[in-house]
Design a protein around this ligand. Structure first.
Ligand SMILES: [Zn+2]
Length: 212
């Protein structure tokens, strides 16, 4: 595992976490042990960010060209931010987001197909009980493992799906996994109206039945 500065940072400080020396393309292919190391790398770097005056770290995974990734090797990114960015800041009452179809549950975490999902097969991974401070949570490694399971379930249904995963380190921290099966266009970007072609109830049932 290596953490290096992003050569083309979009914000003041941005780091790339190279998940493994093996040539693997997706978090779906990583073992729980490897994902535990990813969680540890996120924790150490978030702690360094805080010490240097960046209280919020946006941790994210982009996989596939449609999801904005230019590297075919599994990696994540850590954007160091001076304040909570707009999307997590606007989430407010997160309990509404937890309204969804349960796909899997383990280790005190739940994997859901949220009823308010924007795009087909969107998933949410969260501690079953409210918990703040994701980076210091004993559940972060298990949450990444559950996200990887979600990615495997998605692959069983949509083999080449590009995807984004991001962490929202808010009052009730969680990971969101958003498959990029369609192109965001004027209605989505201009109006904030998302066209979800698979009803969340149906997506939940298909993901639950899919091989992980
Ligand atoms: Zn969120």
């Amino acid at each position: 595992m290596r953490v290096v500065p992003n050569l083309y940072p979009a914000v003041e400080r941005q780091e790339v976490v190279v998940h493994t020396p093996e040539h693997l393309r997706s978090i779906a292919e990583l073992s729980d042990e490897q994902l535990g190391l990813v969680a540890e790398a996120w924790r150490l770097r978030a702690s360094a960010a805080r010490e240097e005056g960046f209280p919020y770290v946006q941790a994210l995974v982009n996989e596939g060209r449609a999801a904005g990734s230019s590297l075919p090797h599994t990696h994540s990114q850590l954007a160091w931010l001076r304040e909570v960015p707009p999307v997590p800041a606007a989430e407010g009452s997160f309990s509404e987001l937890l309204d969804g179809e349960v796909v899997a549950e383990r280790d005190g975490l739940v994997l859901l197909s949220p009823h308010a999902g924007r795009l087909a097969y969107e998933m949410l991974i969260a501690p079953a009980r409210p918990e703040s401070d994701a980076f210091e949570s004993a559940l972060l490694a298990s949450a990444l493992a559950l996200a990887a399971e979600g990615a495997r379930r998605l692959r069983a249904l949509e083999p080449n799906a590009a995807l984004n995963v991001w962490l929202h380190d808010v009052d009730w921290w969680h990971l969101e996994l958003v498959p990029r099966l369609s192109v965001l266009a004027g209605l989505e970007l201009g109006a904030g109206i998302y066209v979800n072609t698979v009803a969340p109830e149906e997506a939940g049932a298909r993901l639950r039945d899919a091989t992980a």
